[in-house]
Design a protein around this ligand. Structure first.
Ligand code: ATP
Ligand code: MG
Length: 351
């Protein structure tokens, strides 16, 4: 007769290759029950956007199926996201598990586009996601997410509107489109702090934060107000962008903000007619820069008309065309980021 111990013993033989421990000691196995030859259990991943999801599912199922006497395996997959930081003291942020900042050296390299697609991809995987527009000078998130109305304010808390499954907050909600934004340092810092502390974020697995370009007041304030789970640096392949991205990287490294890695945007163009790939700005720069600076390289994003069109329409490509090549690239990036955050969180838990 098979019993619970047999099942746990079999699953203790399966390792999570990234965390380097077995599924049982990682508490990734829940609700084991055995009835005759039928085993039921839940595989509880560290994030629904787990890059190893199918591999772990296969390994766990296989291990249980191989137990002599097992005839049927009913495995459910769930997740409970690891937290890289503890925001328990931070009032409205106390339900937030991970804050990810998307930064760049140069402007216009595609940070906001990465941020919206990253947020949409994480939300589509089943995670609870927020998107904070810390670009107080040129907030573009409301347009890119298609949110126009002013959010409701209740008990001095802003209730973030939900777009494509993501809670969104931006000072853009309160601006008049015609008025230029000319702000000085202290005001910028105050605005970023307000977005962090006066928005009712609730429970979030990931809060993605879109920064203005460079290492100015908004970036500094964000990193100094709350400990960040990780920073993603976006660059384009041109030399100018790369060298400024390297400077931004150096600045964030000095703050207590773990760098998740570098992503290269507009790496290549895929002809929508013939499918041919052209490296318009010559490729490989982002990868080289990451290697030189000792950080991870997280991927190349193509220059694609649909990416721009969809963000202009307020419906990011990951949400509006989830099966397109472009969407897949952003999704893969999102899964990598989620996986890396799990690793960072696990390393902290072990200490
Ligand atoms: N991979 C891509 N393919 C096609 N267009 C893109 C891509 N990435 C970004 N764009 C377009 O390039 C422009 C700039 O992108 P985005 O606003 O995301 O950059 P940014 O780094 O946030 O800029 P800023 O520094 O002004 O905040 C936008 O019009 C966007 O739609
Ligand atoms: Mg932007």
């Amino acid at each position: 007769m098979v019993d619970n111990e047999d099942v746990l013993r079999a699953l203790a033989g399966v390792k999570d290759p990234e965390l380097g421990r077995d599924l049982v000691s990682l508490r990734m196995v829940d609700g084991v029950s055995v009835a005759g030859g039928k085993v039921t259990f839940t595989l509880n991943l560290t994030t629904p956007a787990c890059p190893l999801r199918s591999r772990l599912e296969k390994a766990a199922r296989g291990a249980v199926e191989r137990i002599p006497g097992v005839e049927e395996v009913e495995m459910k997959t769930g997740s409970s996201v690891y937290a890289t930081r503890d925001y328990a003291q931070a009032d409205v942020l106390k339900g937030v598990k991970n804050i990810i900042a998307v930064a760049s050296g140069k402007g216009g390299v595609g940070k906001s586009t990465v941020a919206v697609n990253l947020a949409c991809a994480l939300a589509a995987s089943g995670a609870k996601v927020g998107l904070l527009d810390a670009d107080v000078y040129g907030p573009s998130i409301p347009l890119m997410m298609g949110v126009r109305s002013r959010p409701e304010v209740r008990d001095e808390r802003v209730i973030p509107p939900v777009a494509h499954g993501v809670k969104v907050a931006s000072l853009g909600f309160f601006y008049n489109e015609e008025t230029p934004v000319i702000w000085r340092g202290p005001l910028v810092a105050g605005a970023v702090r307000q977005l962090l502390t006066q928005v009712d974020w609730g429970e979030l697995d990931y809060l993605v934060s879109d920064l203005p370009p460079g290492t100015g007041d908004a970036s500094l304030t964000l990193a100094q107000t709350v400990p960040l789970g990780g920073i993603l640096i976006v660059t384009t392949p041109q030399d100018a962008a790369l060298s400024i991205a390297a400077k931004a990287l150096a600045m964030f490294k000095r703050l207590d903000a773990p760098i998740l890695g570098v992503v290269e945007n507009m790496s290549y163009f895929v002809c929508p007619h013939c499918g041919e790939r052209t490296e318009i700005f010559s490729g490989g720069g982002g990868k080289r820069m990451a290697a030189e600076r000792g950080v991870d390289f997280l991927g190349e994003i193509p220059l694609a008309v649909s990416v721009r069109e969809q963000t202009d329409m307020g419906d990011p490509v990951v949400h509006s065309k989830p099966d397109s090549q472009e969407a897949m690239v952003y999704k893969e990036l999102a899964f990598k980021v989620a996986g890396m955050l799990s690793i960072v969180a696990y390393a902290k838990m072990k200490k």
